[in-house]
Design a protein around this ligand. Structure first.
Ligand code: ADP
Length: 413
């Protein structure tokens, strides 16, 4: 009997010693509180965590280890737990903090276990300081944040570079197109020069020969009664020189137009007087018994570019005389309307074949019936460009062998 008792006592002592060793060497803080929340036991790790001396915690309220702001709620939580004691972790998903002796705080993870003894009910808390884990998590979070910042920065830089690249590409494309346009213009100019050389060599030869023959004939008419013949040749030389001047003027105008040198500069002037002077100037170009009859309707003050208008009318009136026979009159009519001025140049000449009418404003185009009549096919092209500069419009009506009427409308600025 005694032997059994001794054996039981030894077994119990061993048990207590093992529990004590477990309690003392545990790497988690262990605190045992009674039903009133009074600390009954605190292992060395718990004392170390909360920085208390050995045995200092025993007899103190557990709320001593809880930050002030949570302490009063903790009393309620403790009461609730006493009603439904079961092993569980404390605080649910909340971040828990514990308070050291020096009032500093540290994050903790706590699990609770109820424990009933013959002496009464107790709650055992296992406490882990999770500062290192939190620091690690925060460091990870910070690293993640930095990476995200870097990523955002990188994305922004990539977007910026992409935009810059797109812009650079667009600029390259634009300069490419500009170069292409310049090349195309250059090519057109070269074409024009080539055509000019061809036309000039062809168109200049006949008039120069005419001038030469008329000049040598004049030299031969030495008698006083041959004055009529002399005048006829002087007249021929004058008209041929006019033709040559016209060709040269056309080329000069075209060159200036191509280079964008010509601008629309409207001024106020008396249109009726202007046209009468022009008709007077054109008299030398007219054929025998050919007259330009001018009429104007409406107010005489207009606001147009004089220089451009003069060129347009000279071109249209020269065509009218050139493409009609001697004796056939030419009509110039001008109308001042509310916001524009209308011009009509009418002749009774050879007319333009219907199939050619839509091409007469093209550069170098000459109608099929132009035959030996001198010309370069540039005049109407230049006229159209001048009218476009003045924001006006031009059209013509023509009947073969009956005549042509050109209609021009220019806004009055
Ligand atoms: P050109 O120097 O040949 O006269 P234009 O550009 O002035 O050049 O005219 C183009 C062509 O339109 C002329 O070659 C001619 O065939 C025709 N044309 C222009 N005006 C008249 C007109 N009043 N009557 C008949 N044909 C005309």
């Amino acid at each position: 009997m005694l032997e059994v008792f001794i054996q039981q006592t030894q077994a119990m002592r061993r048990h207590v010693e093992m529990l004590d060793a477990l309690f003392k060497s545990a790497t988690e803080g262990i605190i045992v509180v009674d039903s009133w929340g009074i600390i009954q036991l605190a292992n060395p790790k718990a004392q170390e965590l909360f920085r208390y001396e050995d045995g200092e915690l025993v007899g103190k309220k557990i709320e001593l280890l809880i930050p002030q702001r949570y302490a009063h709620k903790h009393v309620d939580h403790r009461m609730n737990y006493a009603q439904h004691p079961k092993a569980r972790s404390m605080g649910g998903n909340l971040d828990l903090y514990a308070k050291r002796k020096d009032n500093t705080e540290f994050p903790v993870e706590i699990s609770l276990s109820p424990c009933s003894t013959s002496d009464g009910d107790y709650v055992v808390s296992f406490i882990i300081d999770i500062s290192p884990r939190k620091k690690q998590a925060e460091a990870l979070l910070e690293a993640h944040r930095q990476i995200q910042l870097l990523n955002t920065d990188l994305e922004e830089r990539v977007q910026l570079r992409t935009r810059e690249l797109a812009q650079a590409l667009e600029e390259i494309e634009q300069s490419k197109q500009e170069v292409m346009r310049a090349l195309e213009k250059e090519r057109q100019l070269n074409d024009m020069k080539t055509k000019f050389v061809t036309i000039a060599s062809h168109e200049f030869r006949t008039p120069l020969a005419t001038i030469l023959s008329s000049a040598s004939l004049i030299g031969r008419y030495i008698n006083a009664d041959e004055d009529e013949k002399r005048q006829k040749h002087v007249q021929r030389i004058k008209s041929t020189v006019n033709n040559l001047t016209e060709i040269l003027n056309d080329f000069l105008s075209l060159g200036k137009l191509e280079e964008g040198q010509i601008r629309n500069v409207p001024v106020v002037f008396n249109l009726s007087e202007f046209c009468q002077e022009l008709v007077e100037e054109m008299r030398s170009v007219c054929k025998e018994n050919q007259q330009i009859q001018y009429i104007h309707e409406g107010n005489v003050d207009v606001c147009i570019d004089r220089h451009l208008l003069k060129n347009v009318l000279i071109n249209l009136l020269s065509n009218a005389t050139k493409y009609s026979e001697a004796g056939k009159n030419i009509f110039l009519r001008t109308y001042k309307k509310e916001n524009s001025i209308e011009f009509e140049v009418q002749d009774q000449g050879i007319g333009i074949p219907e199939q050619d009418q839509s091409y007469v404003f093209d550069r170098f185009f000459r109608a099929h019936n132009s035959g030996t009549i001198q010309g370069t096919g540039l005049g109407l092209n230049i006229v159209m460009k001048y009218i476009q500069l003045m924001q006006g419009e031009i059209r013509l009506e023509s009947q073969l062998n009956r005549g042509t009427t050109v209609y021009v409308e220019i806004p009055n600025c």
